[in-house]
Write a protein that binds this ligand. Structure first.
Ligand code: SAM
Length: 326
C-alpha cells in the first residue's frame, strides 16, 4: 500500500477522463471556459497504463470524473478496461447524469459499480441558473436509469450556493424520506478565477443542517457521527436514506484523506486544494519505464500535503474544479 509521510494509506484514485463538460455550473467553471487540446489529454492506452501501474502499487478504489466523464469518447470501453485491470476492486463515477439515460445500462454491463449524480436543486428554473445550460428533467431520468441498471447504492451530490439554492436543501433532503439514497450536500470550495464568487457565496454545512432540521425535524448522526468517505451522515426520522454533509471548508477531513487525483492531462494531484502535482504523462510519452513511473507515483504520494490552506486564505490558482475532477 502506498503510505504518505503522515502514514495515511493512499489507495483511492479519482481519474478525470476529460476537462470538457456539457454543463457550465457557476461554481465550477467560467462560462467561456477554454479546454485543453485533445492531444494534451491522456489517450485510452496511456490512461490504462497509468491505472495498471497504480493498481500494482496498491491503489484499489477508483472513480471516474471530469469535466463530465460521460462525454469522453469510448467511456464504456474504458470502464471495461479499468475493471478488468488486476487489483482494481471498485470503480464508480461522478456524473451530472445528463447522459445516463443512454449510458447507465452499458456502463453497468462494462463493470461500473456505482454512480454519484450531481443535482443541486429540483426546480427547473434554478437548475438552469446554476448550470447555465441544463434541464433538471434529464438528470432525473438519468437517476432513474442508473437505479434500473443497478448502479447502487445511489448517491446524489448538491453544491449549495448562496443566492441560488440554499433553501433547496429541504426539498433535496426530503428525497431521503422516500428513497434509499444518500443525499450529500457539499460546501463550495474556491479555485482559480472563480474563487471570489465561491468564497462570497459559500453556505456552511451547519447552516444547511439548521435549515433542514427547521423544516423536517431532527437529523440524527449515523454511526455516532463518523465520516463515511468524505461525508458526515445523518438520518431523518422514518427516512429510507441518509443525508450527508461534505464540509471541506468549515470542518476539513484531511487527516483521513486517502485520495490522489489523476487529471485528464496526466498529472497526479495529491490534494484537491493544493497546486502540487506530479506529471506522469510527459515521462510516459518520453519512454519512461513502468518502474520509473512507479517511483514518480510513490514520490508524489510521499509528498502529499497534510491538508488544504483555506483557513489561511490559500486558494489553488492553477486549475478550476472542472480541470481536477472533484
Ligand atoms: N461533471 C460531473 C458532475 O457534475 O458530477 C463530475 C465533475 S464535477 C467537477 C465533480 C463534483 O464536484 C460535482 O459533484 C460538483 O458538483 C462538485 N463541484 C464542482 N465545483 C465545486 C466547488 N467549487 N466546490 C465544491 N464542489 C464542487
Amino acid at each position: 500500500m502506498p503510505l504518505d509521510r503522515f502514514r495515511r494509506d493512499i489507495h483511492y484514485l479519482r481519474i478525470s477522463l476529460t476537462d470538457r463538460c456539457n454543463l457550465r455550473c457557476v461554481y465550477c467553471m467560467p462560462e467561456d471556459m477554454t479546454f485543453r487540446p485533445r492531444a494534451e489529454l491522456m489517450q485510452d492506452e496511456e490512461l490504462l497504463t497509468l491505472v495498471r501501474l497504480c493498481a500494482e502499487l496498491g491503489f484499489h478504489k477508483f472513480r471516474l470524473t471530469g469535466g463530465e466523464p460521460t462525454v469522453r469518447a469510448n467511456v464504456v470501453e474504458l470502464v471495461r478496461g479499468i475493471t478488468q485491470t488486476p487489483g482494481v476492486r471498485s470503480l464508480s463515477m461522478t456524473t451530472n447524469g445528463l447522459l445516463l439515460k443512454q449510458l447507465a445500462q452499458p456502463l453497468a454491463e462494462a463493470g461500473l459499480q456505482r454512480v454519484n449524480v450531481s443535482i443541486d436543486t429540483l426546480d427547473a428554473t434554478k437548475f438552469k441558473r446554476l448550470t447555465r445550460w441544463g434541464e433538471v428533467q434529464d438528470v432525473w431520468e438519468g437517476i432513474v436509469a442508473a437505479e434500473s441498471a443497478g448502479l447502487l447504492p445511489m448517491k446524489l451530490n448538491a453544491v449549495i450556493v448562496r443566492g441560488y439554492n440554499e433553501s433547496d436543501v429541504v426539498d433535496l433532503a426530503q428525497l431521503t424520506l422516500y428513497h434509499h439514497w444518500q443525499m450529500r450536500f457539499i460546501e463550495m470550495m474556491p479555485f482559480g478565477d472563480v474563487a471570489e464568487f465561491q468564497q462570497n457565496q459559500v453556505v456552511s454545512a451547519q447552516e444547511m443542517r439548521n435549515r433542514i432540521e427547521a423544516a423536517l425535524g431532527p437529523l440524527t448522526p449515523v454511526d455516532g457521527g463518523k465520516l463515511d468517505g468524505e461525508a458526515r451522515l445523518y438520518h431523518l426520522a422514518d427516512g429510507l436514506g441518509d443525508v450527508g454533509f461534505i464540509s471541506s471548508v468549515t470542518e476539513p477531513f484531511c487527516a483521513s484523506c486517502t485520495r490522489a487525483r489523476l487529471t485528464a492531462d496526466g498529472k497526479l494531484r495529491m490534494c484537491l486544494l493544493r497546486e502540487y502535482e506530479m506529471d506522469l504523462l510527459t515521462p510516459l510519452r518520453a519512454g519512461a519505464t513502468l518502474d520509473d513511473l512507479k517511483a514518480l507515483v510513490l514520490t508524489a504520494v510521499y509528498h502529499k500535503p497534510w491538508g488544504h490552506g483555506l483557513a489561511h486564505n490559500m486558494v489553488p490558482m492553477n486549475r478550476v474544479m472542472s480541470e481536477i475532477g472533484g
